[in-house]
Design a binder for this molecule. Structure first.
Ligand SMILES: [Zn+2]
Length: 83
């Protein structure tokens, strides 16, 4: 199951939990969190990819502009290699 990382959209509205990002396992029955569980700030979804170091920002931008489904498909392929 893929692990997703959620980070605060706005650092000025964040707490220690979401400012640095928190990870969440997404199942088919649970909707992804759109808010930080601790402070309620709006969060954005980033895929947690331990092997991808430097070039995550471009990936993130593409995901934002093309919607979550493309990100999920791409990320899923990568995760299946990892696990
Ligand atoms: Zn928070």
């Amino acid at each position: 199951m893929p692990i997703y990382e959620f980070k605060a959209k706005n650092h000025r509205h964040s707490c220690p939990t979401c400012r640095d990002g928190f990870e969440s396992l997404l199942s088919h029955t649970e909707p992804p969190p759109s808010k930080c569980p601790d402070c309620g700030a709006r969060v954005k979804k980033c895929i947690s990819a331990p092997n991808v170091g430097a070039s995550t920002s471009g990936f993130d931008d593409r995901a934002k502009s093309s919607g979550f489904h493309k990100l999920k498909k791409t990320g899923k392929g990568e995760y299946e290699k990892l696990y």
